[in-house]
Ligand binder design. Structure first.
Ligand code: ADP
Length: 398
């Protein structure tokens, strides 16, 4: 049976998954793993399809100084010990720029083109591209596919895509790209299975993880989202502030003397739940704390989430369903209930029992807005795209 390797490379870790694919294109996850502590204390962990640990190894820092060599460790293990020889590799690449509205088969020219987008996502794009280059050098005949976080949002109309800034800057690429697109695309396909009645309607999907955003779907296509030029905008996140007056940034630079690099670090790492609470960026620590700052951080997250649902309902001119997904959205009944409570004025109601057991549909029978919990699976979406690219066909629902 053929296998597909899916790679999600970050600055200090690389996550990988192996899917088997049968003759009809149906995918089954075989291995899920990651190498973290890149450059410091590299450690590879992997689990089989049933979640059983099949590897947990530490390496000297020199063996994984960067993400490419970290992926090399995983690749050698997969080839030599697991006897996996993938027919293709699918990569998560954060930025596809203005042009890519779907995945692309990679070659040297495409990689150079994607590299020119690195200034738009300096913390992610170079790390996404490095393993692509090293696989290309070592296995030149192995097809590689890039799947972008931005691509699904390229269906946005002009009003959702523009900032109110001089038009020339739009042409230069300063646009509201939106992110988490692979997650939203997966959810759009899942809705066809779990809630076909609303899959073609007006749906707000709340991807609430350590990075958090929302997407307005109409007929399964993205019409607007809360993130924009970068993944900083929109909702309160684990360590990012979400929506913030640009005047605050100017103040930090002019009155407090922060450099651009200081501000970047501040916005990506010191704000959000972490900054507000002063305790943690992890929602699990905050919902169980009675510290007033933790309570404020949770309230802020809930408040901003509820406001943004209403904003996107405005973009959709109505709301047929609300879907929760990602770490917080899938696992925190408390946060889902709190957000839904704030949407009571829209007629939203959550069934406490169904919510507590993380049922697929958690709304009360008389809720005017059906509310769902749908686990996301960005890696499976990448695997689907990779298989489809090999077959030259649209992605399946497998
Ligand atoms: P990302 O992919 O953006 O790193 P995830 O979607 O994996 O994030 O979500 C991770 C976050 O989910 C954690 O930081 C944690 O705050 C939150 N989370 C996971 N489980 C729970 C839970 N049971 N209650 C509250 N928050 C949770």
């Amino acid at each position: 049976m053929d296998t597909i390797l899916v790679v999600n490379a970050g600055s200090s870790s690389v996550k990988f998954q192996v899917f088997s694919v049968d003759g009809r294109g149906a995918l089954e996850r075989q291995i899920k793993g990651q190498v973290d502590g890149v450059g410091t204390r590299p450690r590879m962990r992997a689990a089989d399809a049933g979640g059983g640990v099949i590897a947990d190894r530490s390496y000297p820092a020199e063996q994984a100084l960067d993400v490419s060599s970290a992926l090399g460790i995983a690749g050698t293990w997969l080839r030599e010990e697991q006897r996996i020889a993938p027919v293709a590799v699918g990569h998560r690449v954060v930025h596809g720029g203005p042009d890519y509205d779907g995945p692309v088969l990679l070659d040297g020219a495409v990689v150079s083109r994607l590299d020119r987008l690195s200034p738009l996502a300096p913390l992610h794009q170079p790390h996404n591209l490095a393993p692509i280059r090293s696989i290309m050098a070592n296995f030149p005949d192995l097809p590689q596919v890039a799947c972008f976080d931005t691509a699904f949002h390229r269906s946005h109309g002009a009003l959702a895509d523009h900032y109110a800034i001089p038009f020339g800057l739009y042409a230069e690429g300063i646009r509201r790209y939106g992110f988490h697109g692979l997650s939203y695309e997966y959810i759009a396909t899942e809705l066809q299975k779990v809630a076909p009645g609303i899959a073609d309607g007006r749906v707000v999907v709340a991807h609430l993880g350590s990075g958090a955003s929302m997407c307005a779907l109409r007929k399964g296509r993205s019409v607007d989202s809360t993130m924009g030029f970068t993944a900083l905008d929109g909702l309160t996140m684990g360590t990012r502030p979400g929506q913030i007056d640009p005047g605050v940034i100017l103040h930090l630079q002019t009155a407090k003397g922060m450099s651009a690099a200081d501000v970047q670090n501040f916005l990506y790492r010191e704000c959000g739940l972490k900054g507000l609470s002063g305790i943690s960026n992890d929602m699990r620590d905050l919902v169980t704390s009675d510290d007033p700052h933790a309570i404020l951080a949770v309230e802020h997250f809930v408040h901003r989430a509820a406001l943004n649902v209403a904003m996107l309902a405005g973009a959709l001119q109505g709301l047929d369903a609300l879907v929760f997904t990602a770490g917080i959205g899938e696992n925190s009944a408390h946060i889902r209930a709190r957000i839904a409570d704030k949407l009571g004025w829209l007629g939203a109601g959550v069934d406490a029992k169904e919510n507590a057991r993380h049922a697929t549909e958690i709304s009360t029978p008389d809720s005017r807005i059906p509310i769902y919990v749908v686990p996301t699976d960005e890696e499976r979406m990448i695997a689907r795209h990779t298989v489809a690219m090999l077959a030259n066909a649209p992605p399946s629902l497998g």
